[in-house]
Design a protein around this ligand. Structure first.
Ligand SMILES: [Zn+2]
Length: 248
């Protein structure tokens, strides 16, 4: 797309080119940039693992936006009771305040992933240096808490762009997306929410939930039971995608 725009601009420099060629070229270019930015599955900027092609009924459970003192420990209790290992994509500034919760999660066998430091609304407008700082600051915190350097990064809002792609490459992180977006922050009816998730269950899926809202505590046990009833097994994310969750 970039090449096409470039070609039109170069030709236009030497020869008269109809104005609509510019509209077409720039329109396609910016259209693809916007599409790539807001669709983590699009893989336009950076490869993101959103699911894996397997035939077995397995999936991985991921929780974003914690640790949350009034929610995450209860979620850990529920997972412990079921002996299920999940991944928590933690926000750096919340990790700083809730280190004991993340430590407990790691000790109980869950994976701690990086979900940026600030989770800023403007994250997708941050230049490369700022994105990298967000990554390293949170990676250092995770290393301090768990003793291990995380390799899994989930960009806030699932947005990817050139800056994020470069920063991730420099840090040697793997971008983790999802293929089952629960919309648990939007859908308030637990029945509808559960039906939505179950209708999308497929082998090799990555399910996105959020552990920053108390409704999850009542919702999660029923969901886990329903997943089990459909003969799906929840496996750790590193096992599902065949990549280590930590570099050392
Ligand atoms: Zn988030």
């Amino acid at each position: 797309m970039f090449f096409m725009t470039f070609v039109v601009v170069v030709i236009g420099w030497f020869y008269p080119v109809a104005w609509w060629w510019y509209v077409l070229a720039f329109g396609t270019f910016f259209g693809s940039v916007i599409y790539g930015s807001f669709n983590i599955n699009s893989q336009v900027f950076v490869p993101a693992v959103c699911n894996v092609p397997v035939s077995k009924n397995v999936l991985a459970l991921t929780f974003d936006d914690g640790p949350q003192p009034d929610v995450t420990p209860r979620v850990l209790d529920i997972l412990k009771e079921k002996n299920i290992k999940a991944t928590f994509f933690c926000i750096g500034y919340k990790l700083e305040k809730n280190q004991a919760i993340a430590k407990r999660a790691a000790e109980e066998g869950h994976i701690i992933g990086n979900h940026s430091y600030s989770h800023s609304y403007y994250f997708d407008f941050f230049p490369k240096g700022m994105v990298r700082k967000e990554l390293t600051k949170t990676n250092d915190l995770i290393k301090k808490i768990t003793g291990k350097f995380p390799r899994f990064f989930r960009p806030p809002y699932g947005v990817t762009n050139f800056s994020i792609a470069d920063a991730v490459k420099m840090e040697g992180e793997t971008v983790i997306g999802w293929n089952i977006r629960s919309f648990d922050t939007v859908i308030k009816d637990p029945q509808r929410l559960q039906e939505r998730i179950l209708s999308k269950l497929a082998p090799g899926s990555i399910l996105l939930l959020h552990d920053h809202q108390p409704a999850l505590i009542d919702f999660l046990p029923g969901l886990l039971a329903a997943i089990e009833e459909r003969s799906f097994e929840i496996v750790p994310l590193d096992q599902l995608i065949g990549e280590p969750a930590y570099s050392n």
